[in-house]
Design a protein around this ligand. Structure first.
Ligand code: SF4
Length: 117
């Protein structure tokens, strides 16, 4: 991991459970990292959320997306929760999303993926 990515991980992992996907969407998901979702959904929740709000895959934890929906109204970016986020570009795992934001690399959508919001 490059030094900037190491710094980013040191800051964001303990605070937000960052998984270093390289294309951060924390601000648009209620400051809740969706990469902690066992299905790594960028637009959740899935249809399997349990009635008590827990995860169908990992019932020991609350659904990441249920938490995101609860928390988003408390952020300045609440409206962005309903944006359609593009899928994770797996080539960016382990890279710095700060660097990818500045280079605009995180804005590139995978070929063939085009969704009119
Ligand atoms: S229940 Fe929530 S955390 Fe679990 S897989 Fe579905 S969306 Fe992800």
């Amino acid at each position: 991991m490059k030094p900037l990515a190491l710094l980013e991980a040191a800051v964001k992992k303990p605070v937000w459970g960052c998984q270093m996907c390289g294309q951060c969407v924390l601000h648009s998901t209620g400051m809740t990292c969706p990469m902690n979702c066992p299905k790594t959904l960028r637009n959740g929740p899935c249809g399997g959320v349990r009635p008590d709000g827990r995860c169908e895959v990992k019932p020991e934890m609350r659904c990441v997306w249920v938490k995101a929906v609860e928390r988003a109204p408390r952020t300045p970016w609440a409206h962005e929760l309903h944006d359609i986020r593009k899928p994770v570009d797996n080539r960016l795992w382990g890279t710095s999303s700060w660097a990818n934001f500045l280079s605009k690399r995180d804005r590139e959508a995978p070929k063939g993926w085009n969704v009119e919001a």
